[in-house]
Write a protein that binds this ligand. Structure first.
Ligand code: ATP
Length: 580
């Protein structure tokens, strides 16, 4: 797929020239809804990011007349839907090799322009077609062999011959090149290269010398090994390469196929059939495509992050970025720039050209604010303002940047309690909790343990190299008897531990971690007071683990790992139960 940005200078001349002659505003927008170039007024009125679904509609339909801006189907979900500054807009797709790669817009923001365009729509449509053809010609000419270095042609042809798929992105996540294998791979998966670019671009924000972390659900979606590497030229980070490895032999033996990948639109990833999980899935199904904020609560390890990702992947934003930020792990002085980005020169050490924040990186997709209860009080009003206005200003900037992001927040704190203690703003709490979802602890849905255990068993086959295909009845019984202070995460770790220990081809009770194997039958859960009983179980599990690993820092890290809880959670529990 050709990147329009590579031809920006020439396209800009066409756009400004026609805009002057026709006395209308004009813009060229790429398939991600990002402005490639436009007249100044267009940028000022509509911003640099255009409502993606409307661009996708034009890409699929060819031409479109927006004669009632804000009131048309394509405007649903657009930030301007109630107050669109445009009076009329004519849109047409730019095609290269029969593939739509972007959109040209002729727009008027005045009543006079509206009258003129409405009376002569056909004429303007013809001119628009000529503009798009002109841009296609520019692209053809600039890409033709005569205008390029023989060496770069050679390189390109070599890449086209490779079996693995290669996609190159610039530092802003825009696609610059993809080879023939990438093309057929994407076609097979019904994806556009820009879909990958959107999912991959958050990784590019994390610059470094080593391989780039692969963002989001990319691997799951493509069902293939993926590698990403940064491109550094003259010590400057200029972009990244994504390699999708073709048909590598499966690490999983054929007898133990991986569970099928969840389809877009489904919530299969949330494993469990207990009434509590079924109710949760039903609620999630209803709200998956909404843009309202979701607040997920639940104990540590219950699957809040897992659910947030599942909602995103099942939603109509699935092929847009899923960007996560852990509010507990960001130093307070960096919080604002992490969230909202910064402009060049905003502070000492600020990067040349500035840097987009997580909100901008999540544009069109979902921003997951994990451990929101740990967000510093000073940042909370700023977040609230952005959520209300859906525009932001980078640190050190004055430009107002519109954003289209769905927010999912999660916490294992009692936020109401934090509000009462004045550690969390009530207004932000209500703004975030439009759709509250509480995930029950695993001990409240022990009937889900077998299904979850089985799925973790399959997940671990490749990792442990053990051909274990089932769990013994006795082991399952023990697993269902345990109270899981670390919830699903603890179960996942316990299965991995047991797989490593097991020498049979069935997972037996003897291989389970001691604390689970030795667990006495839990008294009936209805017995009261339930909280005191659960605390007793947790205290006992922590005590045993501390005895085993020791209580120095290394020991505590081991304890946290074994119990399937974070080190911070362990410290909280040690303090709460006075175990230190
Ligand atoms: N319903 C589920 N089905 C399958 N896997 C699950 C489910 N719930 C949780 N998991 C798995 O359990 C592990 C812990 O989940 P996750 O990290 O989402 O928990 P969390 O509630 O966000 O934890 P914390 O509060 O400590 O951040 C992950 O590996 C996740 O994939």
């Amino acid at each position: 797929m050709v990147s329009l940005d590579l031809f920006k200078p020439a396209i800009e001349k066409v756009i400004t020239g026609f805009s002057d002659i026709l006395n209308v505003d004009a813009a060229v927008i790429n398939g991600n809804g990002q402005l490639v170039t436009s007249t100044e007024r267009y940028l000022k009125q509509k911003g640099a990011l255009v409502h993606v679904p409307s661009i996708e509609l034009v890409l699929s339909q060819g031409q479109y007349l927006v004669d009632k801006p804000g009131a048309m189907d394509m405007c649903t979900g657009c930030r301007f839907s109630t107050h669109c500054p445009a009076k009329v807009e004519l849109l047409s797709s730019i095609k290269v090799a029969n593939q739509p790669i972007g959109v040209v817009s002729l727009t008027s923001f005045t009543k006079e322009g509206q009258n003129r365009l409405s009376k002569n729509t056909e004429k303007y449509q013809q001119i628009l077609t000529e503009i798009t053809e002109m841009i296609t010609t520019i692209i053809h000419l600039e890409r033709s062999p005569s205008s390029r270095e023989p060496y770069s042609l050679l390189l390109e042809e070599t890449l086209h011959a490779a079996c693995d798929a290669y996609l190159t992105f610039d530092r802003n996540g825009k696609l610059a090149f993809h080879n023939a294998a990438a093309d057929s791979y994407l076609r097979k998966h019904h994806l556009q290269p820009d879909d990958l670019s959107r999912m991959f671009s958050p990784s590019l924000a994390v610059e470094g010398d080593g391989p780039l972390p692969i963002a989001n659900c990319l691997g799951d979606k493509l069902g293939a090994p993926i590698e990403a590497s940064p491109i550094i030229v003259d010590n400057q980070f200029v972009g990244g390469v994504l390699k999708i490895v073709a048909d590598r032999p499966q690490a999983v033996p054929a007898a133990f196929p991986r569970p099928a990948l969840p389809n877009r639109g489904s919530l299969d990833k949330i494993i469990g059939t207990s009434p509590a999980v079924n109710a949760l899935k039903q609620k999630t199904e209803k709200i998956k495509n909404s843009s309202s904020t979701v607040l997920i609560t639940g104990e540590t390890g219950t699957g809040k992050g897992h659910l947030a990702r599942a909602i995103h992947e099942a939603s109509n934003r699935a092929y847009q970025p899923f960007v996560a930020i852990n509010c507990a792990s960001i130093p307070e002085n960096l919080f604002e720039s992490e969230l909202f980005g910064y402009e060049e020169g905003a502070f000492t050490g600020a990067k040349k050209g500035g840097k987009p924040g997580r909100f901008e990186l999540a544009h069109g997709g979902t921003l997951f604010l994990d451990e929101i209860g740990d967000m510093p009080l000073a940042i909370q009003p700023k977040l609230l303002r952005v959520l209300q206005e859906m525009t932001l200003e980078r640190v050190g900037g004055t430009r107002s940047i519109p954003i289209d992001v769905r927010i999912i927040a999660a916490t294992n704190h009692d936020l109401e309690e934090l509000v009462a203690q004045k550690k969390f703003r009530a207004d932000l709490y209500y703004r975030l909790g439009v759709i509250p979802i509480a995930i029950p602890s695993l001990r409240e849905r022990l009937e889900d343990v077998p299904l979850l255990a089985e799925s973790f068993l399959h997940k671990c086959v490749g990792k442990t190299g053990k051909a274990i295909h089932a769990i013994s009845h006795e082991a399952l019984e023990r697993l269902q008897r345990y109270t899981w202070p670390g919830n699903v995460r603890e179960l996942e770790n316990a299965i991995e531990y047991a797989m490593n220990m097991e020498s049979e081809d069935v997972l037996t009770a003897d291989s389970l971690p001691d604390r689970i194997r030795m667990q006495q039958t839990v008294p009936a859960v209805q017995a009261s007071p339930i909280k005191a009983k659960l605390a007793d179980v947790q205290i006992e599990a922590i005590r045993q683990a501390l005895q085993k690993h020791g209580s120095d820092l290394k020991g505590k890290q081991e304890v946290a790992r074994e119990l399937g809880i974070g080190i911070r959670t362990l410290y909280r529990k040690l303090k709460a139960y006075q175990l230190t």
